[in-house]
Write a protein that binds this ligand. Structure first.
Ligand SMILES: *[C@@H]1O[C@H](CO)[C@@H](O)[C@H](O)[C@H]1NC(C)=O
Ligand SMILES: *[C@@H]1O[C@H](CO)[C@@H](O)[C@H](O)[C@H]1NC(C)=O
Ligand SMILES: *[C@@H]1O[C@H](CO)[C@@H](O)[C@H](O)[C@H]1NC(C)=O
Length: 242
């Protein structure tokens, strides 16, 4: 490309306008339609409640001084496509006895501290007040809330600058699978206070190896408890790793 001296001078004079720091992911990030965003609009950890976003998605926020927050809203199905939300399926006769069509809804929130490891990985260590709500219309336990306190390892991360979308962040999970591409929605972290926001005093050991390490208090919205429960919980936890 032919660059005129005047353009060259202009470029040299305003390098900041063209430079993007792709080594620092401080800010607030959100996938897809950007309806899921960390902060007060999503979760209330004090009473373990969520405000339902308009669409599913994931959001991450990182502060300069080492704090993170994660917000996720997912529907997962056993490979079947199904357009109804989990609770609407309850009243749909075609759902009855047809578990493969069932969609599980998971809302998940946690916060804590992050470290960028020398091998390029990213480790999110939770404070202990994280929680999630799982809705499974085809299970005995249709809707319940439980604590979530998993340390999350991300094998690697990468930032890009795109003319159309601006800054983008790609995170790769412990097994290398990518998180949906994240777009920067704010250059600053949109976060609840970076401290423990709820004290859990009740501990429930489900006896399930995968779940045991996250076991904590639960508030059940139905009273039925059956052997299906731990399977549902495992499915819910597993879906978050996707
Ligand atoms: C949780 O607390 C918020 C704020 O006080 C309130 O608006 C909301 O209704 C509560 N939700 C539940 C499920 O208690
Ligand atoms: C990178 O470091 C983290 C934290 O020390 C560790 O858990 C992870 O296994 C390491 N990854 C590789 C590929 O060595
Ligand atoms: C949550 O996990 C962190 C990191 O492993 C740990 O330090 C903390 O004690 C855990 N909190 C609870 C309530 O289990």
């Amino acid at each position: 490309m032919f660059v005129t001296p005047i353009v060259a001078v202009a470029l040299a004079a305003f390098p900041v306008a063209f430079a993007q720091d792709l080594t620092n992911f401080v800010g607030t990030w959100s996938s897809g339609a950007k309806n899921v965003v960390t902060g007060a609009g999503f979760a209330n950890p004090a009473n373990m409640s969520f405000t339902y976003p308009l669409t599913t998605g994931v959001s991450y926020a990182f502060s300069e001084d080492g704090f993170y927050e994660v917000a996720r809203y997912r529907f997962t199905s056993n490979g079947a496509s199904y357009s109804k939300s989990p609770m609407d399926q309850r009243t749909d006769p075609s759902c009855a006895g047809a578990e493969p069509n069932c969609i599980t809804g998971v809302l998940n929130w946690h916060h804590g501290t992050y470290t960028k490891e020398t091998n390029g990985s990213l480790v999110l260590t939770p404070f202990g007040d994280g929680f999630q709500q799982i809705q499974d219309p085809c299970a005995a336990e249709t809707n319940f809330v439980e604590t979530y306190n998993n340390t999350e390892l991300y094998q690697s991360w990468q930032m890009f600058y795109d003319q159309t979308d601006g800054l983008k962040l790609h995170l790769f999970q412990f097994d290398g699978s990518p998180v949906a591409p994240l777009f920067q929605v704010y250059s600053t972290p949109n976060m609840l206070p970076t401290q423990l926001l709820r004290n859990d005093t009740t501990t429930v050991d489900t006896g399930n190896a995968l779940f045991a390490k996250n076991a904590g208090s639960r508030s059940w919205t139905t009273t039925t408890v059956s052997g299906v429960v731990s399977g549902v919980v495992v499915a819910g936890v597993a879906s978050l790793l996707l």
